[in-house]
Design a protein around this ligand. Sequence first.
Ligand SMILES: Cc1ncc(CO)c(N)n1
Length: 223
Amino acid sequence: MTLFSERLYQSSRPIWERSHRHPFLTELRDGTLSPDRFIYYLKQDYVYLIDYAKLFALASVKSPDLETMHKFAELYHSTLHVEMELHRQYAERFGVPRAELERTKPAPTTIAYTKYMLDIATNGSLAQVVAALLPCMWSYREIGVTLAAIPGALEHPLFSEWILMYSSDEFGQLTDWCIDQINRLADGLPERELARLEEHFLTTSRLEYLFWDMAYRLEEWPV
Ligand SMILES: Cc1ncc(CO)c(N)n1
């Protein structure tokens, strides 16, 4: 029997491939991404992560046992203290005050992405929450590991810390744990429910793509 995560991985491939080829990431890889676009991304990602962290808190509450509760609490903590610390340090380097980071007004795509996931986390099962939050971690690990393997990428004066974070063993292990969770939670579910999980995974994979695109376009409300 193939693992459910393998099914998710295969069905989202065309979307993830488009993200890998997006100019935001190819220019980040080549070191030519304009600082404007990176700062825009950092600010939107900061407010994105505030909501994303809440998914782990809600997943912790929905956990069936103490060990799972602990692990989601660890993910909650590391999002707030490790991942968001990276953003705070980058902001400092770019002269963006911490208060300004936190006050960032979410752009339309940020709202669509975070509120979609929070709706699932409020109303759905633990399996649904994990299916929705997984493309975020899993695609970033894939991007981080791919970029870290490119000669010179880790010497880049601006982007090396970003690549290091998402290619790190620590981030990779947390990602693997979440992949393992979706396989456990999907085990024995009827096809109707599996299809629903897959739909959430595909939707947030598309929202990941849109997030890169939003930052590249410096998205603003049109009116
Ligand atoms: C939009 C987005 N997706 C994934 C991650 C990785 O946690 C992130 N920081 N931001």
